[in-house]
Write a protein that binds this ligand. Structure first.
Ligand code: TXA
Ligand code: MG
Length: 357
């Protein structure tokens, strides 16, 4: 496998049904990974861009394909607990407890790393991020690839994470060897990251599993203070949480407050931009879509269905890149369980532009 890929070669796309996994297709994908190539595959959170985690060349190819800074470490995906022992010299008791409750699933844990893990995979850090996904296609592929698959989200760096194979194709088709299409993902936001190299387990990235759920299992769980502020005073510990991300091409702002005030404010701001000759988009809900003027309105779903809101967020941000809009205003979605994760991603996409009303 050479460092440079021929850009004319498009990724081979194979469809694998999660209910009836085609062994031959999985073997073909696994062989590419064992030989140092790159395969995008579905997980329950978002699509991942896989490479052999124990091969520094494969890790370098992942950074190059995504256009990702090489100091932003990758998550190593495993398919069984035994594999964890190869990656870390000691598994804290609390981590074992969390793994028993939440793996396989939308959870990533950070540990001290062993020598076996290449520096390229961890972006030069002496810790390693590990996840055991629950998607049956992901698990089958990891096993077939030899047990250790490094996989960041399969988007070009800075773009919204992919929630279906078409998103991967859009960003990476010319840059990787294969895309395994397993349909749409279930959750739509990346895994919750919990750091076990700290005294108190610390959430570095909120996700489907929230602080309350983690505390039920672990007792005290902290939230990385760097996540709460938009300024650089407190830097998020996960390198990937420091960059502007998930960003649509148009300028996005979030408006937060009571529904009535939010609708009024968005209508006013959007009308002002329109008067200046700009195209304007609105991200709203089924309940409010009828209350807006004639802008490019997209409903994210029912306000009461937070799983749908999470699942559709990245797809809507991508859809707006196909519209002729320069400004997008979004309602805030402070939902009960996933609100922290949804707002974390939405505010990052907005470069933390949030208007309170
Ligand atoms: O749901 C997910 O986690 C998806 C799927 C494909 O599994 N993967 C994913 O990977 O979101 P990625 O690379 O897009 O995000 C990994 C995040 C980044 O913010 C990175 O900085 C952080 O994890 N990270 C990785 N290793 C770390 C470490 N040793 N210490 C702190 N943060 C780390
Ligand atoms: Mg990512």
């Amino acid at each position: 496998m050479t460092e440079e890929r021929n850009e004319d070669m498009k990724a081979k796309i194979i469809r694998i049904d999660r209910e009836h996994i085609d062994r031959k297709a999985i073997r073909e994908a696994g062989e590419i990974l064992r030989n140092g190539g790159l395969v995008a595959f579905p997980t329950e959170t978002v699509y991942g861009l896989g490479g052999n985690a124990m091969d520094s060349g494969a890790a370098r190819r992942i950074y190059a394909a995504k256009g990702r800074p090489s100091d932003n470490p990758l998550i190593v995906h495993i398919a069984d607990m035994e594999s964890l022992k190869t990656l870390t010299p000691e598994i804290p008791e609390k981590a074992k407890k969390l793994a028993a409750a939440c793996w396989p699933g939308p959870l990533t844990m950070i540990f001290r790393k062993t020598e076996a893990v290449p520096q390229e995979t961890t972006g030069g850090l002496d810790s390693v991020a590990v996840r055991m996904p629950s998607h049956p296609v992901a698990l089958a592929l990891i096993r077939e690839a030899g047990g250790f698959v490094a996989a960041p989200s399969a988007n070009a760096s800075g773009r919204p994470s992919p929630t279906c194979a078409a998103h991967v194709e859009e960003d990476l088709a010319e840059r990787i060897d294969m895309i395994v299409d397993g349909g749409s993902v279930g959750i739509g936001l990346e895994s919750t990251i919990v750091d076990f190299t700290e005294e108190v387990p610390t959430i570095l990235r909120p996700g489907y599993l929230n602080q309350e759920r983690l505390s039920e299992i672990l007792g005290e769980v902290r939230l990385d203070p760097g996540l709460l502020s938009a300024d650089d005073g407190a830097r998020p510990k996960a390198p990937g949480m420091r960059y502007r991300h998930y960003a649509p091409k148009a300028q996005l702002a979030v408006v937060e407050g009571s529904t009535e005030r939010v609708v009024a404010k968005i209508n006013a701001l959007a009308a002002e931009r329109r008067a200046q000759g700009a195209g304007v988009g609105v991200i709203c809900t089924d309940e409010t879509i009828g209350l807006y003027g004639d802008f490019v309105r997209k409903s994210i779903g029912k306000r009461t269905d937070e799983e749908e809101i999470a699942r559709r967020l990245y797809g809507i941000l991508r859809d707006f890149d196909r519209e002729d809009v320069q400004y997008i205003y979004s309602e805030a979605f402070d939902t009960p369980q996933m609100g922290q994760a949804i707002m974390n991603r939405l505010l990052k996409a907005a470069g933390h532009m949030c208007i309170q009303v």
